[in-house]
Write a new protein. Structure first.
Length: 135
């Protein structure tokens, strides 16, 4: 694995964002509650909460757009994908759509997140999906 030490803030922020997206998708918790909860839980850790809020707000505003991309481009329904994989895909779509990071960085980070949070072979699905969506 690459040395991510100089990107610690971005790495940690992405991990927290994926957890927040998962919570939103699972419980449909309002973004304000999620933001307050994560700020309280991660106050001692370095997390870019400006980026966190931007990604979470974008997910909520563009949820239909993101759902459409996932179902249309990948030809699967929203119930056919593991929720954690969907959360990671959402983050990837948001970051690429908003040009937060270069395409290859976003894909690499989504693969890393999948290896950390999902089952061992899900990274292949995430890689193929993001590659197909953002050719």
């Amino acid at each position: 694995m690459k040395n991510l030490a100089k990107h610690k803030l971005a790495v940690k922020t992405r991990e927290v964002i994926v957890q927040a997206i998962y919570q939103y998708l699972f419980e449909n918790t309002p973004s304000k509650e999620i933001l307050e909860q994560f700020k309280k839980e991660h106050k001692s850790k370095k997390v870019d909460f400006k980026r966190f809020k931007l990604c979470l707000d974008t997910l909520i505003k563009k949820n239909e757009f993101i759902e459409e991309i996932i179902s249309k481009e990948m030809s699967i329904s929203k119930n056919e994908i593991e929720l954690i994989d969907k959360a990671i895909l959402c983050l990837g779509i948001i970051e690429m759509d908003m040009k937060i990071a270069p395409r290859n960085v976003v894909i690499d980070e989504c693969i890393r997140l999948t290896k950390k949070f999902s089952n061992p072979d899900s990274y292949k699905f995430i890689n193929a999906s993001l590659d197909k969506i953002y050719k």
